[in-house]
Design a protein around this ligand. Sequence first.
Ligand SMILES: [Zn+2]
Length: 441
Amino acid sequence: MKNQEIFDKVVELAAKYKEDAVKFTQKLVQTPSISGEEGDLTELLMAEMKKVGYDECFRDAQGNIIGLVKGDEEGPTIMYNSHMDHVAPGDPNNWEGYDPYGGQIDICEIDNQDKTGKDKTECIHGRGASDVKAGHAFQIYGGAVIAELKKMGYKFKGNYMYTGVVQEEPAEMVGMSYMIDKTFKEKGLTYDAMVSSEATSLKLYLGHRGRVEFYATVYGRTSHGSAPWLGINSIYKAIPLITKLKDELYPSLPTDKELGQASLSLNIIECSPGALSIVPDQCMLSIDRRTIPGESAESARQQIQDIIDELAKKDPEFKADVVVKSKVEKSYTGMEIEATKDMDPWKTPKDHPFTKACAEALEAVGQEVKYGYWDFGTDGSKTAGIDRKPTIGYSAMQEQYAHTPYDKVRTDFIEKAIAGSAAIFIKSGEAGPDTFKTLEW
Ligand SMILES: [Zn+2]
């Protein structure tokens, strides 16, 4: 077992690398990388990995990037993951004088870790600072710490793998799924656990609800708007369906004790042909459904289908269908993938051996261990939700700033996250094979 000495070295090296990681975060914020346009950012990320001593780094056909710091012995591969895209900055007038792509650094008031008060400390401002440009910096530098320790003569088991994926924000996991299912297979790579840099305020985050987008269409028949009795108005036909979704299905949805209740929300209604003089023959409902472990897109779809079938039995004129939405996403390298709007729910138990190894790692570098769950979705829906590999969020960033014009990151947290990331690799490499047991629910 590694003694405390190595973790003290980790803390020292994180302090040494802080300034470089902060400057690097600024550069990343200054390099726009909206979903589908991450090319310029990848150049910076690849160059940084080479600079800090990664053994290998490469780009795949879709444009994801992968870097490895290799241990000397067989052991687990811990995948550190950050998405390379970010959402649009919105109205620049809301940015309190900061340039969304300025990467400006100053001393400012920012929430403390538990949002119980404010600290006055150094922050980097700009779009993506909290979601998740600083994540690339502390995860890449976590690998730099391992590379430096190797030079000092320390030996490690397994591999520290940093990954930057395209197109996370549209929420279809296209980058993560392609990288794992295609690129890893081609290159003979595997991973045993994933650490996500999505905002956690230096806590360990253990899961989130899933998300499925449904598109239900209720059918009717057109007639002249002046003679509605000659047609079948699809909007009126949709009313009993909407009522049942709201008053029967939603209240009956299950609850998870950590993640909360599953939910359903009808958020868009459209109709066709959509002219004032025509009775509409199609009414389309876009439904946002949040799922909990144990539910799937298909089981959630079937619940709506059952209501449709029930209504059709009572009313021979009632016709409707429901599908999971999908969308074609094009990467900056030109790869097009049709992705369904379906992200699985997931949960890594607090008493899972990987969670325990992460907790011990943070203690070893002097960080208090706290737990949480995300409100929003992440690419953990692939690694934990589909692949069932232990997955954890650990991040310098604070979720309340993500996607807002107050987007910023504390530099003191970046330093801590460099140390924590390296420590998680060291501790989980030392732990037994049971550490990576499959997630079940
Ligand atoms: Zn994010």
